[in-house]
Design a protein around this ligand. Structure first.
Ligand code: ZN
Ligand code: MN
Length: 146
């Protein structure tokens, strides 16, 4: 995991480079994305920001996420009906482990994957630009309480 403060500085720098305004509300959203504890949903981010900035609207959170996607500083994990989740700490494609009981999402720490893109390109002739790799299961906590 990248240092959240360092990630926040990178995000702010990227917005400045692209001439986006940094409002206090937007900064609060960025702070949450920079840590990305538990890969928050839009609603989760919204509720957290509202604690410090009660006038924040859900639209502000959505707009900030759209901007951050545009500048490549957040990774969006789409889950259709289950709602999207966000990782601003590691904005590049990486594998995820998802608990189908409680919705917990973690970044597994394994080294088996980096060579896979190269191997696939060699085997298929595809020029691979990105990837998505999700593992679904039940987390240790949910296994205990089942
Ligand atoms: Zn769970
Ligand atoms: Mn992640």
């Amino acid at each position: 995991m990248a240092n959240p403060q360092k990630r926040l500085d990178q995000m702010v720098a990227k917005l400045r480079e692209n001439n986006y305004r940094i409002t206090p509300q937007r900064l609060a959203v960025l702070k949450i994305l920079a840590a990305s504890a538990g890969h928050p949903s839009v609603e989760k981010i919204y509720h957290k920001v509202k604690k410090d900035f009660p006038t924040t609207s859900l639209a502000t959170v959505y707009k900030t996420l759209i901007v951050m996607k545009e500048v490549g500083e957040v990774l969006e994990l789409g889950f259709g009906e289950g709602g999207n989740r966000y990782d601003g700490n590691k904005p590049y494609p990486h594998p995820h482990l998802i608990c189908t009981e409680c919705g917990k999402i973690i970044d597994p720490q394994i080294e088996a994957l980096p060579g896979m893109t190269e191997a696939l390109m060699a085997a298929t002739g595809f020029k691979i630009n990105t990837h998505r790799l999700d593992f679904f299961g039940v987390c240790p906590n949910c296994q205990k309480t089942r």
